[in-house]
Design a protein around this ligand. Structure first.
Ligand code: NAD
Ligand code: UDP
Length: 339
């Protein structure tokens, strides 16, 4: 079975390529390098031991996307490609809607033309919205609107896929709602490589550990949580990658629309993360408490029981392993893939 992996040079896509090859799938990888680089592809190929095909294509370009399906016999698409910075999406909504929606529509149009009916989409816990009770459960209706244009693209694409599955008989749409992916491949060869100053906690902490940034700023310590800092459900990226392999199994059963959380079911505070990372890198990382970040929710985590029941998948790696792996990646590659 051949899987088209879009955004395969990116953080989650790169780790998923490795798990797909390990599980015996053939892959074709596509990326336009808007947030990644060729060095990631070289390293994935090295780790997989396979020279899989790679195509540098912008998926918003319909004819280029269609050409992929002429060139390769694709059985399923795993769609990671997209712009993903929540804050940036607030200042660049047009670019976010254009890139994320048009790339998905190009793919679906080309798939329809070539009779490809299997699609796995990288959705996000953000679709549950601010009012959903925790832990988030798939039976909870999605919010009418999310807190950012980025989140709204996820919500809209979920609707597009549900409508597509209604209209095309035999179309399988798996919507995977990720919680907070962190960690890196155990080799330390691939990992998260944001450009500029990271917005997310884990890459920020890693850059403090490696001496590229002065200290961690913890956004708020007056939340109604055990230590006053926010709780999130951090999931190791390799566990997340394996969740996609499990989802392909579900597709083989002709699942139709299948919505599933990928999380661990456990909330960890910002302070606990900083302390765990300090242990991994062997020094106390400096931090200070600053004001709350606008739009942050105090605490949310997944109910992972549906994934375990339906996919037979469960996250296995804990917080310390996540931090150890990020430290290995960051200390071996202090400037990421440009090191
Ligand atoms: P990433 O930015 O590392 O990877 C996305 C890849 O898509 C990049 O390599 C980028 O160059 C590529 N891309 C973007 N637009 C493209 C286009 N038009 N054509 C071709 N390639 C394009 O992001 P990631 O963290 O690996 O996330 C993968 C997916 O998972 C995204 O859709 C993201 O929204 C979703 N997601 C991520 C998180 C997270 O915290 N990382 C959480 C929930 C959902
Ligand atoms: N956070 C922080 N300092 C940072 C980055 C993030 O205190 O430099 C906190 C943030 O307020 C949130 C948690 O870390 O409570 C996770 O944030 P991240 O941006 O990684 O993921 P989010 O859950 O917001 O998508």
């Amino acid at each position: 079975m051949t899987i088209l992996v879009t955004g395969g040079a990116g953080y989650i896509g790169s780790h998923t390529c490795i798990e797909l090859v390990k599980a015996g799938y053939d892959i074709v990888v596509v990326d336009n390098f808007v947030n990644s680089c060729m060095e990631a592809v070289n390293r994935i190929r090295r780790l997989c031991g396979v020279e899989f095909p790679f195509e540098e294509i912008d998926l918003t370009d319909y004819s280029a996307t269609d050409g992929l399906f002429d060139k390769y016999k694709i059985d399923a698409v795993i769609h990671f490609a997209g712009l993903k910075a929540v804050g940036e999406s607030v200042t660049m909504p047009i670019e976010y809607y254009r890139n994320n929606l048009n790339s998905t529509l190009s793919l679906l149009s080309a798939m329809k033309k070539h009779d490809v009916k299997n699609f796995i989409f990288s959705s996000s816990a953000t679709v549950y919205g601010a009012e959903a009770p925790v832990p988030y459960n798939e039976a909870t209706p999605v919010s009418r609107i999310t807190s950012s244009p980025y989140g709204n693209t996820k919500l809209m694409i979920e609707y597009i896929l549900k409508d597509t599955a209604k209209a095309i008989s035999g179309f399988n749409a798996v919507l995977l709602r990720y919680f907070n992916p962190v960690g890196a491949h155990e080799s330390g060869e691939i990992g998260e490589d944001p450009t500029g100053i990271p917005n997310n906690l884990m890459p920020y902490v890693a850059r403090v550990a490696v001496g590229k940034l002065d200290m961690v700023h913890i956004f708020g310590n007056d939340y109604d949580t055990p230590d006053g800092t926010c709780l999130r459900d951090y999931i190791h990226v390799v566990d997340l990658a394996k969740g996609h392999v499990a989802a392909l199994q579900k597709i083989k059963e002709n699942c139709g629309v299948f919505v599933c959380n990928l999380g661990t079911g456990k909330g960890t505070s910002v302070l606990e993360m900083v302390k765990a990372f300090s242990k991994s890198c062997g020094k106390d990382l400096p931090y200070e408490f600053t004001a709350r970040r606008a739009g942050d929710l105090p605490a949310f985590w997944a109910d992972p029981s549906f994934a375990e029941k339906e996919l037979g998948w469960k996250a296995e790696k804990g917080i310390q392993e996540m931090c150890d792996d990020v430290w290995r990646w960051q200390s071996k590659n202090p400037d990421g893939y440009r090191s």
